[in-house]
Structure formats: structure tokens, C-alpha cells
Design a protein around this ligand. Structure first.
Ligand SMILES: Cc1cc2nc3c(=O)[nH]c(=O)nc-3n(C[C@H](O)[C@H](O)[C@H](O)COP(=O)(O)OP(=O)(O)OC[C@H]3O[C@@H](n4cnc5c(N)ncnc54)[C@H](O)[C@@H]3O)c2cc1C
Ligand code: FES
Length: 287
């Protein structure tokens, strides 16, 4: 089911069901309801990960939630970075943790974005809302060896200008001459002079060779469906598109069945799926 082995496994000797203890070093507010936490592991061992992988984070006394890693894999020793939207009890408690607070970390889990698969090809990233967070490690990886890739387009959609995640960083990336960045919002205010409309409308405007492109899509499920359709209309085959799925997670290691998607487990076989693999899974009635 998995298409690549680009995923570091849990370190030998670690029980994947037992959280390692970390401490929050830094907490940054990104948006009204989104925070980024930098976590240091108490045992001092950095946590190697592949772009697109996730951890199960524990807010002790409250519970555990799957959260993607949003930092730079090449800087894993400077802390483990997660960007979290407070939507419920666990994510709310995680986002209230401050410097020095204890946090539980299990992972990294899952199959991430195939970074090397795109070498020699154009790269198109289509991100919606918080979907930019799991894609950020991939962006860092492509930028770190930019010459290995063809053209690079990042298409990002947010609900309003106030919902643009990682805004300052997007501005920095935009200054590079070797990246095409397009940002759109669903609803603009008076001070917005950029694109207005859904992110999928940006696909036909981007410069890439559809026959030699690898596309990465992450965002709300409906946005990913339309994003994949727009890429297909532009000529990108399903075998060259990767989407990251979210399902309810409990164990994170393919044991409990909570994250079942058709015949696959999102935690073990995903969360990143190639679209020709994903489409039949989405068609299977969940068991
Ligand atoms: C592989 C994977 C990676 C993930 N990465 C991240 C990440 O990087 N950052 C992050 O913030 N979340 C991420 N999530 C989502 C996160 O795990 C869930 O939001 C989690 O359920 C939050 O737990 P909770 O107890 O706070 O809320 P819950 O009690 O589970 O949910 C509270 C309410 O919010 C709704 N809800 C749950 N999740 C979402 C969502 N994602 N968007 C909108 N509404 C939602 C629920 O339907 C419910 O109504 C990821 C999930 C998966 C499977
Ligand atoms: S979360 Fe238990 S099988 Fe995926």
C-alpha cells in the first residue's frame, strides 16, 4: 500500500505506544486559533522525521491527538515543531502549553511526502488553510536542494487575509526568483490586493509541465478533491499527485482500526497517499 520507504522508523528500543517526554521551549501564536510549539525531548535525543509524518501528542490529563510535524527535517536538533489549531479538548490543551510545560510525544508515524520522487521534475504544491503546516517540511526540503528540481509553484488558499498561515515566511519565499508563489483568499477585506477565490483556481495559472510534475496537496478534504481534479484537468496524472488524509487516530501504528480508510489504515499506510492509490480507497464504504 505504501509507495515509498522515505520514512524514518521509531528508534530501536522505543515502544511506539509509550510517549517520550518533551518540554515546550517556545510557543508562537500564528493565527487567532493556531499556535506553533517548539518541543525539546527530555532525553536530549532529537526526533528524526520525514516531511509529512506526524506525532501523537499528549496533553497529560486531557488526551492525545495526531499532529503533523511542521519544522525542518534538517534542523531536527533545534527542536520538534508542531502547528496546532485549537478545535477541541486535546488541541485546545496543547495550544495552552507554555515554555517549560511537559508534553508527551509518540512517533514519528506514517508515510510522508516523497521528496526525492520529484527530483528532476517540476513541483506544484496546493495548500489550503492549516494544510500548509504538514507541507512546510517538504517546502524546506525542496528549497534546501532547489537545483535538483524543475520549476516550483506554491499555491496557497486561506479563508481571509487574517487566516494566512506563516505569512512572514511566505513573504520571504516570495522574494526568491526560483519559486512561484500564489496566495488567494475566499473573502477579502479592503486592504487585500491579491487573488480572491478558491485555491484550485490558481492551478491553471501556474507554470509547470504537467507531464513532468509531481504535485502535493493538503487541506480540507473537499479542497483536496477539487485540487486533484484541477491538477488532472491541467494534465497531471493521478500517479504524480500526493494527498495527505486525516482520519480519527488512536494508536497511530496500525493496531486499533480507528483510522481505517477503505482497506488502508491512514496512520500506517498514509497519511500521504498517491492519488491513484487513494481514489479506490475513497470509493470503498468504510467498514
Ligand atoms: C495525520 C494527521 C495529521 C494532523 N495534523 C494536524 C496538525 O498539524 N495540526 C492540527 O491542528 N491538527 C492536525 N490534525 C487534526 C487533529 O488530530 C484533530 O483536530 C484532533 O481531533 C483534535 O483533537 P481535539 O480533542 O482537540 O478535538 P476533537 O474533540 O477531536 O474535535 C473537536 C471538534 O472539532 C472538529 N475537528 C476535529 N478536527 C478538525 C480539523 N482538523 N479541522 C476542523 N475541525 C476539526 C471535530 O469534528 C469536533 O467537532 C491531524 C490529524 C491527522 C489524522
Ligand atoms: S490509529 Fe489505530 S490503526 Fe490507525
Amino acid at each position: 500500500m505504501a509507495y515509498t520507504a522515505e520514512a524514518p522508523a521509531i528508534a530501536a528500543g522505543d515502544d511506539p505506544m509509550v510517549p517520550r517526554i518533551g518540554r515546550v521551549r517556545r510557543r508562537v501564536r500564528e493565527l487567532s486559533d493556531v499556535w506553533t510549539l517548539t518541543v525539546e525531548m527530555e532525553d536530549g535525543r532529537p526526533l528524526a522525521f520525514a516531511p509529512g509524518q506526524f506525532n501523537m501528542l499528549t496533553a497529560f490529563g486531557v488526551g492525545e491527538a495526531a499532529i503533523s510535524i511542521s519544522g525542518d527535517r534538517d534542523r531536527a536538533d533545534s527542536g520538534l515543531i508542531h502547528t496546532i489549531r485549537a478545535v477541541g479538548p486535546v488541541s485546545g490543551a496543547l495550544t495552552r502549553l507554555g515554555p517549560g510545560d511537559v508534553i508527551g510525544v509518540r512517533g514519528p508515524f506514517g508515510v510522508g511526502w516523497p521528496v526525492d520522487a520529484a527530483k528532476g521534475s517540476d513541483v506544484v504544491i496546493v495548500a489550503g488553510g492549516l494544510g500548509l503546516a504538514p507541507l512546510r517540511p517538504l517546502i524546506y526540503a525542496v528549497l534546501a536542494s532547489r537545483k535538483d528540481y524543475g520549476r516550483f509553484a506554491l499555491l496557497f488558499g486561506a479563508r481571509t487575509p487574517a487566516d494566512i498561515l506563516f505569512r512572514r515566511e511566505i513573504e520571504q519565499w516570495r522574494r526568491r526568483l526560483d519559486v512561484e508563489i500564489q496566495v488567494t483568499v475566499d473573502t477579502s477585506g479592503e486592504d487585500w490586493y491579491g487573488n480572491v477565490g478558491v485555491v484550485t483556481a490558481l492551478v491553471p495559472q501556474a507554470s509547470f509541465d504537467p507531464q513532468n510534475t509531481i504535485a502535493y496537496v493538503c487541506g480540507p478534504e473537499v479542497m483536496m478533491r477539487f485540487g486533484a481534479a484541477a491538477l488532472r484537468d491541467a494534465g497531471v496524472p493521478d500517479t504524480a499527485m500526493y494527498l495527505s488524509m486525516e482520519r480519527n487516530m488512536k494508536c497511530g501504528v496500525g493496531l486499533c482500526g480507528h483510522c481505517q480508510l477503505g482497506t488502508a489504515f491512514v496512520c500506517r499506510d498514509g497519511p500521504v497517499f498517491r492519488n491513484d492509490v487513494l481514489r479506490p480507497l475513497m470509493a470503498v464504504k468504510e467498514l
